[in-house]
Write a protein that binds this ligand. Sequence first.
Ligand SMILES: O=C(O)CCC(=O)C(=O)O
Length: 358
Amino acid sequence: MEDQQAAAAAGMAHPEDEDRLVQDVAEQGYCVVPGALGADELATMREAFDADRRAHPRCWELRGSSRDELGLPGTEGPVDAMGEWEVAAQGVGESGRWQSEPLPRTDAFDYCIWHPRVLPLLERLLGPTLRLNGMSAMSRDPVSEPVPPERNGAHWQLFHREEGASFAPDHPFCMRTSMVLFYLDDCDEGSHCFSIVPESLATKKALPHRTDPTSGRTVIDQPFTERMWRNRPVSMLGDEIADGVGRPDAVDILAPAGTAIVTNACNIHAGTVRQSERPRRSIILWWTHGPVDYTPREQKGRPYSQRHNNGHDMALPARLLRHPRWAYLFSSKPLSEEEEWLCLGIRKPQQPLGGPRL
Ligand SMILES: O=C(O)CCC(=O)C(=O)O
């Protein structure tokens, strides 16, 4: 009992709670950490979130569509600061999904990186090679249109496995990447929410997989149409995916603001969008295994720092790289070949017979 009180006072999980969360991840591929952010943290983060959106509108992107793709007028008019994309009007795109990469501009969300209950859990799940791979602030804005009729239990969703279904079959948790969401707003039946299809470790281990010949990565071997499910048209996918398929086996994570959701990012998941006057703001982190390449680079000719890039490549601020306690989470120490295989499912191409030519 005293132990439990001491752990709670330090903001940490009691070891038994942590065991249960690890068990949940083994059984379903995700777990829910209640009360990860308190009222003060939520107030500070919401304020920083909205202030960043107001101060840096050009750094926020409506995911899913450019006006060109949508055939909307306006591309010949003034384009955005980068001269490339014109953000689409409200109501198009992936159901009003606005996203940005806030780390270079604010330290307001740093606490989500070294959260005293979530980080120890991630260390157990991913192991000692874990590294932060990205962080996004994401808003699912209010949606005024009525949702299409519910089919197969689906609302407006775009279900997918992360990273093109990259996979680490030999890792103890089959966990190449963990996606962690912190809800900054209450999620219930009357709001948007995050949804995920439970999948046990045993099921994952039995999934068919193959090596992608270009990247050397292991990927789950399911045709694209079996990896993406949607029931609302989005223009980013110019393919034949049928609308209205949905995933009736998905669980809607309905939970109060401050909840953290820790996932194996290869579980099938989606944002569920409902007609709602309320936004769902979230901080999303991607954790993978080192090294993490934070070298600034150009994205499609536009400076990386001006644009959200799904959180997977960004400038890492010096305050983190030189952090007295947490710098190891951003280390670029290379993985050994064995670790690359175990943690990332990447096999080095075999040397040609006779060894390398000199
Ligand atoms: O939380 C959401 O709305 C969707 C997030 C998601 O699916 C992703 O970033 O891959």
